[in-house]
Design a protein around this ligand. Structure first.
Ligand SMILES: C[S@@+](CC[C@H](N)C(=O)[O-])C[C@H]1O[C@@H](n2cnc3c(N)ncnc32)[C@H](O)[C@@H]1O
Length: 323
């Protein structure tokens, strides 16, 4: 008979261990993991023949996706234009206006109609097991949710990415979050590699800003994009981004042994994207299982100091992957 806590009160002799909050997080190890050598082999041996892998096309993504074959990409990271005039706000993020790349290409068509079109095409180019992480500010969330529904997607998660600052306001709260929808083409088939024991749908990740660096005011942090890629693809997979901006998806993918492909409407960004992509060597950011487990345990140590003490006692002081 189950007790009110869901346990089995009739089980004789079962000595249940005391529940220690956070202990399972510290002990966690992912199911799917590839050593750096295996990841490199998968990357070098994988070909995505229907397109020029590891390239970015400077054209409209709607026209581009119309020409792409169906079922070709393993994962999508899409950060579409906001549909608002961002030019005034870039001056706030970048005090030296000369460093702001003339980059932001606005949507001419009605935003809802534009969203509906690109999301339907996105569905076509995704493989059945593929997922899409679609970024949206709150102002156009309604259009993106509608585009996802009409495009035939199933929403798996509605993630909030919380960052540390927003544009100064006088008469309302400062916006310091973004919505990230995790969408599946097939809710029964989609790939998800659980990389943490308890991965929350609120991501607290800082936006970085280096003074004196040329940038597009809308560039995503690499950490956010890498998190999407690590949880939802395998080494050698093809990550597609229809709105490359400064090429963050390409840089993140290449750094962890994934291939990339994408579109960007604004050719002015080409030299900056090329510079970023050539700076990174394939796989240089790929973490071994040992490193990943150390990272997990280090985070857990800060969050759950008591559980960490219990863990050290149980493992005889060892914190490596073998313990
Ligand atoms: C929000 S930004 C993407 C930023 C990017 N995630 C990064 O980290 O750099 C959106 C980008 O989409 C581009 N864009 C707008 N409409 C487009 C279209 N129809 N096809 C391709 N790119 C487009 C804009 O020029 C802009 O660079």
């Amino acid at each position: 008979m189950a007790d009110i806590m869901g346990g089995d009160s009739n089980r004789k002799g079962s000595r249940r261990k005391k529940y220690v909050p956070g202990l399972a997080c510290i002990k966690f190890s992912p199911d799917d993991y590839w050593s750096p050598d295996e990841a490199q082999r998968l990357y070098e041996g994988s070909r995505h023949p229907s397109l020029d892998q590891d390239t970015i096309r400077f054209e409209d993504c709607i026209q581009g996706m119309e020409r792409m074959l169906p079922n070709t990409v393993d994962l999508v990271v899409a950060d579409p234009p906001f549909g608002i005039d961002f030019s005034g706000k870039e001056a706030v993020y970048n005090r030296n206006q000369d460093l702001v790349v003339d980059s932001y290409q606005e949507v001419d068509a009605d935003y809802g109609e534009f969203t509906e079109r690109w999301m339907a095409l996105l569905h076509k180019v995704m493989k059945p097991q593929a997922t899409a992480y679609v970024f949206s500010g709150w102002n156009h969330l309604e259009d993106v949710l509608r585009g996802a529904r009409l495009g035939g997607f199933t929403t798996i998660n509605h993630i909030i990415w919380k960052y540390q600052f927003g544009v100064f306001t006088k008469k309302k709260f400062v916006t310091s979050h973004y919505h990230v929808l995790l969408l599946a083409k097939d809710p029964n088939k989609y790939y998800f590699n659980k990389m943490e024991h308890y991965p929350l749908d609120v991501w607290d990740i800082k936006r970085k800003y280096k003074a004196g660096e040329a940038k597009n005011g809308t560039t995503l942090p690499l950490e956010v994009v890498k998190r999407c890629i690590v949880f939802s693809s395998k080494p050698g997979d093809l990550v597609f981004d229809p709105f490359m901006g400064m090429g963050t998806t390409a840089v993140a993918a290449k750094g962890i042994w994934r291939h990339f492909f994408g579109f960007e409407k604004n050719e002015n960004l080409k030299h900056l994207i090329d510079e970023r992509i050539t700076k990174i060597t394939p796989g240089e950011e790929y973490a071994s299982l040992e490193e990943r487990i150390r990272e997990i345990r280090d985070e857990a140590r800060k969050k759950y100091p008591l559980a960490y003490k219990v863990f050290l006692k149980e493992s005889g002081g060892r914190i490596d992957a073998e313990s």
